[in-house]
Design a protein around this ligand. Structure first.
Ligand SMILES: [Ca+2]
Length: 364
């Protein structure tokens, strides 16, 4: 069976979704501040148009407050300069008393809103990774990866295995979290596809190198399955269910049967059993998570309905969309698709934006 490596798809963004499931311990980004607020002892007040500053002074003093005009249209700030009111508390009686004044239109006790700083990294290509940003105006569909990071889901304590042609674990953007105890096989210098996929997932953040992986704190490993053009049922079964690797959480698969429009192929007995066993017994009984690309054969009228790995009830199939939110020209359609995430398109290539893979600079 001739296997075709599927171009680095946008499987990566499925990981931030999956990490909600797989992450057992969260870590907050250091420059993030948890969103909340506390009451402060000052009140914003709007008076009627006919009210004067003397009126403002009188109303403020009635509650032991100092007044300050802060905006036209009779907007004032009444401040507790003598610490009469306990900070951090809602003083509803003061608010209601101020509201009861016939010259007052609107009153609001002020709150100190905590804020969230933008995520920044030292990695030089971070600014081009707009598919990971939550606030970019350049892409129409927001995946809000930064928001997920801010909630603490960065891949920490999660192990992702790339089943492919091997992962170069010595790559400077991967080596720190490359798990040799889980990895199998070797790295093939003839093709960096496995390493590229690993970089999209796990590239280290803040190391001044390349970009940032979608799960930049996960542990990454590689299982070398795709050697030459053939695999056996037993090879696939070993990859899907490593007998000696209980630490694995997610298996990423950017490969599949030939995308020529007429090849039908799926897992055979052993590999089907491995997928079934993995989802039942993996992760201490929680089940391994198998993610599969839906395939790149749409230009040849191929359908992922012909792909038994994508159609397995034990896998999460991922299609790809452009930065404009449209289906990519190569992404295969079928009813098995569970999600779609960013991948290549001409616009992203033109603007030099998008996927940053391990071992290569902007690659689409
Ligand atoms: Ca990096």
């Amino acid at each position: 069976m001739l296997w075709k490596f599927i171009t680095t798809t946008a499987l990566f963004c499925t990981f931030f979704f999956i990490l909600h499931v797989a992450t057992s311990k969260s870590e907050r980004i250091s420059n993030n501040i948890e969103s909340s607020y506390v009451y402060v002892s000052s009140w914003a007040v709007q008076l009627q148009n006919t009210a004067t500053e003397d009126d403002a002074r009188f109303i403020a003093r009635s509650q032991g407050l100092k007044y300050e005009k802060i905006l036209p249209n009779n907007y004032y700030l009444f401040t507790d300069e003598h610490n009469k009111y306990l900070a951090g508390k809602a003083h509803e009686q003061v608010t209601e008393t101020l509201k009861s004044s016939p010259k007052v239109i609107w009153v609001q006790q002020q709150t100190a809103e905590q804020f969230e700083t933008r995520v920044t990294f030292s990695d030089p290509l971070w600014e081009t990774q707009i598919h990971l940003e939550s606030t970019s105006s350049r892409n129409e569909i927001k995946q809000r990866v930064e928001d997920v990071w801010n909630e603490g889901y960065t891949g920490k304590d999660v192990t992702v295995v790339v089943i492919d042609n091997g992962v170069r674990g010595t790559h400077n953007d991967l080596s720190k979290r490359y798990d040799t105890s889980v990895s199998q096989g070797s790295y093939s210098s003839s093709s960096g596809h496995g390493t590229h996929c690993a970089g999209v997932i796990a590239a280290e953040a803040n190391n001044n190198l390349c970009g940032v992986g979608v799960a930049y704190q996960c542990n990454i490993a590689g299982i070398q399955l795709l050697v030459g053009n053939h695999t056996t049922d037993a090879d696939e079964a070993r990859a899907f269910y490593p007998m000696n690797s209980p630490k694995v959480d997610i298996f990423s698969n950017s490969w599949g049967p030939k995308d020529n429009g007429y090849t039908t192929r799926g897992p055979k007995r052993l590999s089907a059993e491995a997928l079934k066993m993995g989802t039942k017994k993996g992760r201490g009984g929680l089940g391994y998570i198998y993610v599969f690309s839906c395939g790149n054969g749409a230009t040849l009228y191929d359908s992922c309905a012909f792909d038994g790995y994508v159609n397995s009830i034990y896998t999460i199939p991922v299609a790809s969309i452009t930065i404009d939110g449209k289906v990519t020209g190569f992404s295969e359609p079928c009813s098995a698709i569970m999600t779609a995430v960013y991948s290549t398109n001409m616009a992203s290539m033109f603007y030099n934006l998008g996927l940053i893979t391990g071992g290569k600079f902007p690659r689409f």
